[in-house]
Design a protein around this ligand. Sequence first.
Ligand SMILES: [Zn+2]
Ligand SMILES: [Zn+2]
Length: 289
Amino acid sequence: MKLFTDDRWYRGNLHTHTTVSDGRRTPEETIAAYRAKGYDFLAITDHRIFGAGREEPDFVLIPGAEYDLNDFDRREAFHILGLGIRENVTTRNDLPPQQLIDGIRAAGGMAVLAHPGWSLLEHASAQALTGYEAMEIYNGVSEFYSGRGYYGDFVDTLASKGRVYPLLANDDTHFYELDFASGWTMLQTDSFTISGILDSLRAGRYYSTQGPEIHQITLEDGRLTVETSPLTEICFYSDAFYAEGRVVRAQEGETLTTASYQFGPLDHWVRIEGRDASGKRCFSNYIIP
Ligand SMILES: [Zn+2]
Ligand SMILES: [Zn+2]
């Protein structure tokens, strides 16, 4: 079984702020900047403010917003993206986070748990919530301006407890400097529309990246093979503590473009992550045989 087809790839960012909330560029400047960078789709997700979508032949704007609750006493925040919502969702500081997720779903949207590490979110808090459909594994603004932008351990710990969700790498653009075009989605879809893109996200027909490319992932007789752009390291994460051959490294000064891993008896899922010579990563979704 091959995870991807020979169809074209679409590039998108699903977490963006503009001058409508605390971002530094207007929505139209933002759209122009992403288009100029070669993006095909974008979600503008201003804080608690609905951003409308639109469909053009060569660019799709996904409607969205980010609903945030910051509990300064408990030192824990819940920031939930609503992608594909039809209308704004009621947010008040005293609402429980579950109500935000329920509101996003009632508005026809996909709820995404954003930057869990930046939020100092406890695993138990994320496990107590239901109804979200994806989680960020990378968040650009958190990486460059807070030093907490990568959440591999967090999402894997949840997945090892049965909470397996699609993963996203997002810019969370505010400053349009280092955060801009630092993490994105490469997606395949039968229909380049708002609903087609959301269907592909839910089905995991994409990978996430900070630059390196995943060309194909093949699963045959419990053996996973990934084909990539040149990398220095490929890791096959799973819910087993230890697995021989999990980390595949290129020889010093060389690169590799493929690696394989045999599912072991203790592996319920495998997640592939690659790193290139500059340290940039690409991320598969969870693969369940
Ligand atoms: Zn946030
Ligand atoms: Zn944000």
